[in-house]
Design a protein around this ligand. Structure first.
Ligand code: SAM
Length: 233
């Protein structure tokens, strides 16, 4: 079996930390699928605009060399209970394949490059895409399906508060990143910290990279304070 990427993702998520655990949890996360030369033929995308959402089949390229084990400890269960790898969407799998439903935001041709825009993604920048298929609500949306320990939509109850310094930076960045404040808020609403951290008093200052920006934040009671937003050095 010989699979090769048809495209690579350009994503605002430049590191694994703070990427949501599934697509569509952060609607403001927008990216581009940039097709490889052999697939940069608009005929491949003919009529794709009829589908509002698409399945992406991709490679967990960042973790593919780290192996796998029969059980994993999902963050959902506090990172301490073991469940079978095939009962999870863990990145550490025998074949490092991921699947995400994303919003179809249309395509364009820029010179010789074919680009498909997508929204709500949960993929790291540079992720190789193996295949794209339309999402079919009659077959793929099953409202009565059971999801055991992953039944509820993840997210936190934290209020997101921006410091005066962060607000000032947001104003300066408004033109380049009009949805930045909502994007940062949605990402933080997912509480990106490791599961074990959530159980203890946590005074740590965290940093996360979105686009080419480094965002510093900290938990304070029932709020998450965004301290600063700076160009990534
Ligand atoms: N929706 C996909 C699925 O169910 O197969 C991915 C679910 S996985 C739990 C989501 C996590 O994968 C993200 O939080 C991020 O840390 C990680 N991730 C995203 N892109 C990746 C990549 N290219 N390589 C390794 N890990 C990645």
């Amino acid at each position: 079996m010989n699979l090769s990427p048809i495209a690579y993702i350009t994503s605002p998520y430049k590191q694994k930390f703070a990427i949501p655990r599934q697509p569509n949890l952060v609607k403001e996360a927008k990216g581009e699928i940039v097709f490889e030369k052999d697939f940069s033929d608009p005929n491949c995308l003919r009529d794709i605009e009829q589908f509002s959402h698409l399945w992406l089949i991709f490679v967990f390229h960042e973790t593919q060399d780290k192996g796998w084990s029969p059980t994993v400890q999902p963050p959902r269960l506090g990172g301490k209970e073991n469940v079978g790898v095939f009962a999870t969407r863990s990145t550490f799998r025998p074949n490092p394949l991921g699947m995400s439903v994303v919003e179809n935001l249309g395509w364009e041709q820029l010179g010789s490059s074919l680009i498909l825009k997508i929204g709500g993604l949960d993929l790291l920048d540079g992720t190789p895409i193996l295949d794209i298929k339309p999402y079919l609500p009659y077959a793929d949306a099953l409202p009565d399906a059971k999801a055991g320990f992953a039944e509820s939509i993840p997210g936190s109850q934290y209020e997101i508060v921006f410091s005066a310094e962060a607000e000032h930076e947001l104003n300066k960045l408004q033109q380049d990143y009009p949805e930045l404040k909502a994007f940062i808020s949605s990402v933080l609403q997912q509480d990106p910290r490791p599961a074990w951290r959530k159980k203890e008093i946590d005074e740590k200052r965290y940093g996360m990279n979105l686009y080419d920006l480094n965002i510093k934040w900290q938990i304070q009671g029932n709020q998450i304070h965004v301290i600063s937003i700076n160009p990534e050095s």
